[in-house]
Design a protein. Structure first.
Length: 309
């Protein structure tokens, strides 16, 4: 036998190592062949190929009924080989779990989706794939980037090399203290000069306020906060009314609060659009593909009723 080189050792195959491990455990080529479902000659050929690759014999073969024994070189090869076999088994298991949907998924979200849509998506994903690893990040930047995220929810389209799926139209409604306005729709002109609490000028908020202005309504914004609960607390306190999308109102369970009233606006403002984005051309993992399917189903079930209802 020659000296082993990197070129030769690279010829070692996992099946060679599996055959070696079976022989060492069974004590003979014949019993190892039976265990592996091979012929004895096939096992012998695999060990011969292994010995050529490592540059020496890995078994002493005493003949007769005596069991074969590892050579010193064989002990070295088998110790390292068991590690490779374990890693190969772990790799196989990881791939199988990934294909079954038990991988990792990173999702970018924002407040309204986090409150209303994502809980159902997360619950269903975890019910279907208990071993999955779901990572969520909630931001509302002026210029969102998908970055390393698998999926990104955003109220509008984002720039860049991305694909998207529109989930729903999210109409704007007026939330006011009880008795501030008569029941029923509120004409937009009633908001001109009226005190209002509002989101910061990010995401779809500038477009909504521009639509108000085009309709002749320029409310006096007295407070801005990115937190829906904070805005609604200020409406309850009488600081002003708020024009919020339906998802935000539903997420805060406003209709059940007898201190607040939800009004349709007349004429209605353009709805904001909720989209789900992912990097263009990316091959989805089974988990990401299933998350998209569930998000579409959840959004369809959440399709808002007419505001007047």
């Amino acid at each position: 036998m020659g000296v082993a080189t990197l070129e030769h050792v690279s010829n070692v195959e996992l099946r060679h190592l599996a055959a070696m491990a079976a022989i060492a455990e069974e004590g003979s080529f014949g019993r190892a062949a039976t265990r592996l479902g091979y012929t004895q000659s096939t096992v012998s050929q695999q060990i011969a190929a292994l010995e050529r690759a490592v540059g020496g014999p890995v078994f002493d073969r005493p003949g007769g009924p005596k069991p074969v024994r590892l050579t010193p070189l064989g002990s070295v090869v088998l110790n390292q080989g068991r590690e490779l076999l374990a890693k190969a088994e772990a790799l196989t298991d990881a791939v199988d779990r990934f294909k079954a949907g038990d991988g990792r998924i990173d999702i970018g979200t924002f407040q309204s989706v986090s409150n209303v849509i994502l809980p159902s998506v997360v619950r269903r994903l975890r019910d279907e794939h208990p071993g999955c690893d779901i990572r969520l990040s909630e931001e509302e930047p002026e210029q969102p980037q998908i970055g390393d995220l698998d999926l990104l929810f955003y109220d509008g389209r984002i720039d860049g090399d991305v694909e998207h799926r529109k989930l729903l139209d999210d109409p704007y409604l007026l939330v006011a203290g009880a008795g501030t306005f008569p029941d029923g729709p509120v004409p937009l002109e009633r908001l001109d000069g009226a005190p209002m609490v509002a989101w910061p000028l990010t995401c779809d908020q500038p477009l909504m306020e521009q639509a108000l202005a085009r309709s002749g309504a320029r409310p006096q914004v007295v407070f801005r906060s990115a937190v829906n609960d904070t805005l609604l607390s200020m409406v309850r306190a009488g600081l002003g009314s708020a024009v919020l999308p339906w998802l935000a109102i539903r997420g805060a369970d406003v209709p059940s609060d007898n201190r607040l009233r939800v009004h349709e606006l007349q004429p209605s403002l353009p709805s904001r659009e909720i989209h789900l984005h992912w990097r263009a051309g990316r091959t989805h993992s089974p988990l990401a593909r299933r998350a998209i399917e569930i998000a579409v189903e959840v959004a369809a079930d959440l399709a808002p009723p007419p505001a007047s209802a």
